[in-house]
Design a binder for this molecule. Structure first.
Ligand code: GLU
Length: 276
């Protein structure tokens, strides 16, 4: 059975781009009699606003979607810790005490998520008296897994290229897990068979595929859909003034009609859909 999910982070209200993403995941599941899951990704304790989860549920209902909800990330911390512990025992993680500014200054390559970590703390060089995160030793990880592939519905078979992101953070300084670790473990635990999300997270999948191999997790397929863009060609964002779904809902707009328009790609003036 197909299982898809919508996994919003409660650090800002949802906007049209989220609605499009949720509708894609919902419809892909429903077309085949499958299951559509809602997972609140509230791992980021400093930015999460718990009250937004209720707003999200209201937004999805307003759009005419129905779902099964799985536990939020804040309730799964032990699972993340156990997996990180396994990676540590396998010698695949190392502590890193570099600050963002130090990494910016030392990095010579920009990757899909910003500067590629230059490896300063690799080989036990972290200052453990300072706050530190734990990073994946990519070279060792790749030596263990060999070449990997994954399947994207639009782009077909992909050769996993985690080098595009480098030695990513697995356990953050202030949190027990990074997005990469938490989302990968959650999708496996939730039985997700088709990971549906925006193409802005395409590169992250290279790392997720690697983590699946390292942690012996099932491998789903991926559907990275196109993003809704504003007049200036930038991804919709609340901070650039895209109205939130909650504002639209409260102004009396018909949510089911909006969802229908999004399905037909009849987009509001000034908004366009970028190819995935
Ligand atoms: N929580 C992420 C976000 O709100 C989505 C992660 C995912 O779909 O894998 O951008």
């Amino acid at each position: 059975m197909i299982v898809t999910r919508f996994a919003p982070s409660p650090n800002g209200s949802l906007h049209l781009g989220h609605a499009y993403s949720a509708i894609c995941a919902h419809d892909l599941a429903r077309e085949e009699g499958g299951q559509f899951l809602l997972r609140i990704e509230d791992i980021d304790g400093t930015r999460s606003r718990p009250e937004l989860a209720d707003e999200f549920r209201e937004d999805l209902k307003w759009l005419g979607l129905d779902w099964d909800e799985v536990p939020a990330q804040s309730r799964r911390l032990e699972t993340y810790q156990a997996a990180a512990q396994q990676l540590k025992s396998d010698g695949l993680l190392y502590p890193c005490s570099c600050t963002r500014a130090e990494i910016e200054a030392a990095s010579t390559m920009r990757g899909a998520e910003g500067p590629i970590y230059p490896g300063t703390c690799r080989g036990g060089k972290a200052d453990l008296t300072k706050p530190h995160c734990w990073r994946l030793d990519l070279e060792r990880a790749l030596a263990k897994t060999g070449l990997l592939e994954w399947y994207d519905v639009y782009r077909g078979v992909q050769q996993a290229q985690p080098q595009l992101l480098g030695d990513v953070i697995i356990m953050r300084k202030e949190e027990p897990a990074s997005y990469h670790l938490a989302a990968t473990l959650d999708d496996a635990a939730d039985g997700v068979t088709l990971v549906t999300r925006g193409s802005d997270l395409f590169a992250a999948t290279h790392i997720h595929r690697l983590l699946q191999a390292l942690l012996d997790l099932p491998v789903p397929r991926w559907h990275h859909h196109g993003l809704l863009m504003d007049e200036s060609g930038k991804k919709l964002a609340k901070r650039r003034g895209s109205p939130s779904l909650a504002d639209r809902r409260k102004s009396g707009e018909d949510g089911a009609l909006l969802a229908q328009q999004l399905r037909l790609q009849r987009l509001p003036v000034g908004i366009s859909l970028q190819n995935p």
